[in-house]
Design a protein. Sequence first.
Length: 123
Amino acid sequence: MAKLSHDDILAYLEEASILELNDLVKAIEEKFGVTAAAPVAVAAAPAEEAAQGPSSVSVVLTNFGEAKTAVIKVVKTITGLGLVEAKGLVDKCPSPIKENISPEEAEDIKKQLMEAGATVEIK
């Protein structure tokens, strides 16, 4: 039997009809005891979800640092609380600042609080 080059095989595949290609796949499956199904594609879907991370997170103030007043002002702005309520929240460290928000919003809040001198965790 003459050896076929890769170019010969590719040329055949380009010219073959869908039915001919389907028959070829079935013949290869029977001849070599393999299946054309792609179990990796099925397993990839949950992995993609895990790679995306959580859809909602919480920002927790763990320490207000040395600039407590600046942190209170930022907490007041972020939460919409009054001055007394924001101070109470900061005084109770560790305390959640915002819960069930998008990871992007959480990163923005974390950045603001850290610039004010606070220590923050995203959970």
